[in-house]
Design a protein around this ligand. Structure first.
Ligand SMILES: Cc1cc2nc3c(=O)[nH]c(=O)nc-3n(C[C@H](O)[C@H](O)[C@H](O)COP(=O)(O)OP(=O)(O)OC[C@H]3O[C@@H](n4cnc5c(N)ncnc54)[C@H](O)[C@@H]3O)c2cc1C
Length: 636
């Protein structure tokens, strides 16, 4: 094995496997290590929700996974054995039931096809970050230690993550006081009709009672998963104990036999405070763990990996600036926080025993059932169809609230969604003139953006009914949407995250006016002055005739020195917070709020320049992209 690699992935569970496959698909060198000598033989996570199936589809293995799975069409909820609510899933929301072991098998087959391998029996024990990369020390099962150097590290090493511990990242949360148990076993009705639809192969059941919860999920091999909170004073699971609990809490008359897996475990709800430490990222259970309620754990990890991998690949190949990686925590931490919160609410609802709380829960469930709100509203949430990331950027002059599906997945099933694997798709709906302009705009980002015209009549599920465009990211999420007059703003977004790929960008009308003014005004500019990036010690990421761009990363508590702008510029707030701006040495600083995703145009006073300094007063790092506009020349 080479001792240097682009990305070292620690942990070959579903999260690490997806990350490895996606990176290999982009031609990135990967080493994937796992402490276990063999993959886990247990069924563990069962549900694959549609958003995760989309990810597997993009990897080309959704069909293989679905071929081993069984679809679930309904979740039924009971209180003291009486039905109180149900959720019906449709073609766009139903989960596939596939034991984690099989999901990992499908992913491992793909990994091998892509030329990858899992280095098993190899445990990460030390990690040392340096500016040029990360040095990892591993220990093999036979005790031998080895070192490797990686440009980047993905910690996908599960709930007890070594990467997280070595980075010193807090895993805030708690452990539920209850012990939980499960058995995967065959179930048969003791007499004709016993058990009701408990034995149906496409329904999951949630029996809630003051004594505790019983969850029953059918498995593809004909067995069912029986999951319970342990009865008081019963610390260890056995088939006999679980048989008794199923009899007490379920419909009765069902016998369990031939168990494949019996387990006793604790359930936690924890979330890291940050999903990145320098060149190391945390993904999957290493970053968030929660109750199995709703079956979201594996799904969230798989989507973390998918979100991160294309960004890392783009940065490693020089297609994107490192600033793109700052969006990983921002996008995925919010999703994980929501999942931890939702599953906590569900778990507490399962376990209520005080009579008044049971009544409140049941009234709420019945009301939600009667109005169909669970099926209508909650099924798409579980399916992952409501995941929305904050806007990557908010171009100047555009509406404050994103619309047109910005931040959400581009509707699945459209031709463009499957074809955005390696770059952005600029999808247009509307006139030939708009399509022509979009084609020209895409041509300014060769190798990064391709244009695709859609016929509105054939895609009624688009989030905006008007003519316009959608800039779809390589992971299928909408980065930007607008109407024909907004089209130029795609350049600002792409320049912010992909500065090195910037061709000479088409100036927006505002930029165009300024460019023209500076070119024709002999007094514009400031001959002989250094550009502000030099005073700041920053490297130029874009250096074209019309624009120069650099990244300003200001750790919390730190300041940027005084520097002078001799040309108007845009400030793109990639990661915001609060700051104090001083206009002159010794002057009273002004408090400002820098809102993530906003873009500010900074004009110059007539014939003058702007000199200022800035101090980060917030508790997170500030990341700003500055784009100086106007013809290059004497100002440099
Ligand atoms: C009973 C049960 C039921 C569940 N049901 C569901 C469900 O229905 N749906 C759902 O989405 N989720 C469910 N989950 C959760 C799901 O199993 C996890 O969320 C999922 O396994 C997380 O995947 P991961 O790849 O992030 O971590 P893991 O699967 O834990 O993989 C981490 C890997 O890292 C390796 N590793 C650890 N430390 C090191 C080290 N120092 N060096 C090298 N390798 C290391 C480990 O050997 C392991 O292989 C369930 C979990 C349990 C226990």
């Amino acid at each position: 094995m080479p001792t240097t690699t682009d990305v070292a992935i620690v942990g070959a569970g579903p999260t690490g496997l997806v990350a490895a496959c996606e990176l290999l698909r982009h031609g990135i060198a990967v080493r994937l290590i796992d402490a276990r000598p063999e993959p886990s033989a247990h069924s563990k996570a069962l549900l694959l929700w549609p958003r995760s199936m989309d990810v597997l589809d993009r990897l080309g293995i959704a069909r293989a996974a679905a071929g081993k799975a069984i679809p679930l069409r309904r979740f039924s909820y009971y209180s003291s054995k009486r039905p109180v609510a149900h959720i019906d899933f449709d073609a766009g929301t139903f989960p596939q039931c596939l034991p984690q072991r099989s999901t990992e098998e499908v992913l491992t087959e793909l990994l091998h096809e892509l030329g990858g391998t899992v280095e098993r029996g190899r445990r990460l024990v030390e990690l040392d970050q340096r500016p040029e990369g990360v040095r990892l020390v591993t220990r093999d099962a036979d005790g031998e230690t080895r070192t490797m150097t990686a440009g980047w590290v993905i910690g996908a090493d599960g709930a007890h993550s070594t990467v997280r511990d070595l980075l010193g990242i807090e895993f805030a949360g708690a452990t539920y006081p209850n012990t939980f148990m499960l058995v995967d076993a065959f179930a048969t009705a003791r007499r004709r009709g016993a058990g009701g639809d408990l034995l149906a192969r496409d329904i999951a059941h949630y029996y809630q009672s003051p004594g505790g919860v019983l969850v029953v999920v059918p498995l593809p091999d004909g067995r069912s998963r029986f999951f319970v909170n342990a009865p008081t004073g019963q610390p260890r699971a056995s088939l006999e104990l679980l048989q008794d609990v199923v009899e007490q809490r379920g419909p009765g008359g069902v016998d369990l036999a031939d168990p494949e897996w019996i387990s006793t475990f604790e359930v936690h709800h924890r979330l890291v405070t940050r999903m990145r430490g320098g060149r190391c990222f945390l993904a999957g259970d290493a970053a968030h763990i929660h109750s199995p309620a709703g079956g979201q754990g594996l799904n969230t990890g798989l989507q973390d990996a998918h979100n991160l991998a294309w960004k890392l690949a783009a940065v490693i190949t020089g297609r994107a600036g490192p600033v793109l990686l700052d969006t990983y925590h921002r996008e995925r931490h919010a999703v994980a926080r929501q999942v931890v919160r939702d599953t906590d609410i569900q778990t507490r609802a399962w376990l209520v025993s005080a009579p008044w709380k049971v009544r409140v829960r049941d009234v709420l469930l019945r009301a939600a059932d009667a109005t169909g709100v669970l099926t209508r509203r909650y099924a798409p949430v579980m399916a992952g169809r409501r995941i929305t990331y904050p806007p990557m950027l908010r171009p100047p002059g555009r509406r404050a609230r994103p619309h047109g599906g910005v931040g959400a997945a581009f509707p699945a099933g459209l031709p463009a969604a499957g074809q955005t694997r390696d770059g952005y798709r600029l999808v247009t709906v509307g006139s030939g003139a708009l399509a022509g302009r979009a084609r020209a705009a895409a041509a300014e980002w060769p190798g990064l953006v391709t244009h695709h015209a859609l016929d509105q009549a054939r895609v009624p599920s688009l989030p905006c009914a008007k003519d316009g465009y959608y800039l779809v990211r390589p992971d299928g999420y909408v980065a930007d949407h607008g109407h024909p007059e907004d089209l130029d703003s795609v350049h600002a977004l792409l320049a912010a995250f992909h500065p090195a790929r910037a061709a000479v960008p088409t100036p927006t009308s505002e930029e165009h006016a300024m460019t023209t003014a500076t070119a024709t005004d002999p007094d514009a500019g400031a001959a002989g002055h250094d550009g502000p990036w030099k005073e700041l010690g920053a490297e130029l990421e874009v250096d074209t005739r019309d624009a120069r761009s650099w990244v300003e990363r200001i750790p919390r508590g730190e300041s940027r020195p005084f520097h002078t702008h001799h040309r108007p510029w845009l400030t793109i707030v990639v990661s915001g917070g609060t700051a104090q701006v001083s206009d002159a040495e010794g002057a009273e600083p002004e408090d400002v709020e820098l809102v993530t995703g906003t873009v500010k145009f900074n004009p110059l006073p007539a014939g003058g320049s702007v000199r200022h300094a800035l101090r980060n007063t917030g508790d997170t790092d500030l990341v700003l992209v500055a784009v100086e506009l106007g013809a290059a020349g004497d100002a440099r």
